[in-house]
Design a protein around this ligand. Structure first.
Ligand SMILES: Cc1cc2nc3c(=O)[nH]c(=O)nc-3n(C[C@H](O)[C@H](O)[C@H](O)COP(=O)(O)OP(=O)(O)OC[C@H]3O[C@@H](n4cnc5c(N)ncnc54)[C@H](O)[C@@H]3O)c2cc1C
Length: 351
């Protein structure tokens, strides 16, 4: 039995032909199978990746996404960049040409295919971590409020506790959401009756065209676990949140209560991607899956959690395909037994 880290090293070595940290000048001519994982031949990357030397942040090649997703699944990204600042993002947009680009937060709402992601993955979790404020002001109703200017790489759990330190209420329900602010804004993350969209004042992004843009709340549509931004996509770099002054003790007590509830109800000791399906109107996806008799049902290394039926857990060696097949099975059985069509909340990225 090979140790997991050695196994990952061998797979990485096979992907790069050279090992860790070298540009992807892949020399594989035909598919190989290394420790059960297929390594597909890839064309040699363009020599124009010289521009990557201008990046101040960390640049990795053939980095396995399984190391950056909470469900611990996902093949290699050709180029994986932790930009340090907006200048790095400008360099990327200025030089990437037609190369596809994917933005990764904390990877807690994703299922990435075993083939990985072609092109560039930009991950903001090492830079973009500043919090400015709070700046207090008197709101229209006479109450006291404050604005926090927050980098998109800041973790929601840290942010909720930071706000609590200043007796600021409005995001305490999100203390147990394990993603970054950037991911929370894209998903309109919510829990315990709180949603990030409710407290968002504006969002700053760098668009596909490489332009900085400030979007006001009115420009953005926050829906249930989905945010609709004006066209332009791009990378969210920061946002301003408007929170109201509350009672610090109550806020801390609520955070404790919300976190304890998660420990009891969610399979936090096994890799997972949170709720797999959105709750259908007036019902709970977990209740429907449990009622369909699927708690504990597994495909390969993936299984429906016995603790919470809307979670799929990686029992140790799950492939992306196992999770995809399990999702399809759950959807079919729930549809057949209850007539309800479940919609996925997690984002599946394959290729
Ligand atoms: C145990 C567990 C519990 C969870 N509980 C909840 C819950 O209670 N409520 C809830 O809503 N969710 C929950 N989730 C899901 C997940 O944590 C949230 O959706 C979270 O907001 C995702 O943030 P992330 O940084 O991990 O984003 P990622 O998963 O990395 O990405 C999600 C999407 O956001 C995009 N993205 C990320 N950062 C940026 C950026 N800076 N700019 C542009 N696009 C970006 C990505 O491209 C992707 O499309 C849970 C997950 C787990 C594992």
């Amino acid at each position: 039995m090979l140790h997991e880290s050695l196994k990952q090293k061998l797979i990485r070595y096979a992907h790069t032909s050279r090992g860790y940290g070298h540009p992807p000048r892949v020399r594989l001519e035909s598919p190989k199978t290394v420790l059960g994982q297929k390594i597909y031949p890839r064309k040699t990357m363009s020599p124009s990746i010289e521009w990557l030397r201008k990046i101040k942040g960390k640049v990795l090649y053939n980095e396995l996404l399984s190391k950056h997703t909470s469900i611990c699944i996902g093949g290699p990204a050709d180029i994986f960049i932790f930009p340090r600042d907006v200048e790095d993002l400008n360099t990327i947009y200025g030089h990437k040409g037609g190369m596809p680009l994917f933005v990764l937060g904390e990877g807690t709402n994703l299922l990435v295919g075993d083939g990985g992601i072609r092109g560039i993955v930009v991950c903001l979790k090492e830079g973009f971590k500043s919090i400015q404020g709070p700046e207090f002001f008197r709101s229209a109703d006479g109450g006291e409020s404050a604005v926090l200017k927050v980098g998109s790489g800041v973790k929601m759990s840290y942010l909720a506790k930071y706000a609590a330190r200043f007796s600021l209420a409005g995001i305490e329900g999100l203390a147990g959401v394990p993603g970054s602010l950037g991911g929370a804004l894209v998903m309109n993350a919510g829990a315990e009756g709180f949603e990030i969209g409710d407290v968002t004042r504006n969002v700053v992004r760098i668009t596909d065209a490489g332009k900085m843009q400030t979007l006001q709340k009115g420009d953005i549509e926050f829906r249930y676990r989905k945010t609709v931004f004006p066209p332009g996509d791009g990378i969210i770099v920061e946002a301003e949140l408007e929170l109201r002054k509350g009672d610090a003790r109550t806020i801390y007590e609520n955070i404790d209560r919300y976190l304890s509830r998660r420990t009891v109800n969610q399979p936090l000791t096994l890799p997972n991607s949170g709720s797999v399906f959105k709750n259908p109107p007036g019902d709970k996806a977990g209740r429907l899956i449990e009622a369909a008799g699927l708690k504990g049902f597994g495909v390969g290394g993936a299984a429906v959690s016995v603790k919470h039926a809307n979670f799929i857990v990686n029992k140790g060696n799950a492939k992306s395909g196992d999770v995809v097949r399990l999702i399809e099975h759950i959807r079919d059985v729930v549809k057949e037994k209850t007539g309800t069509e479940l919609e996925t909340e997690i984002i599946v990225i394959d290729g």
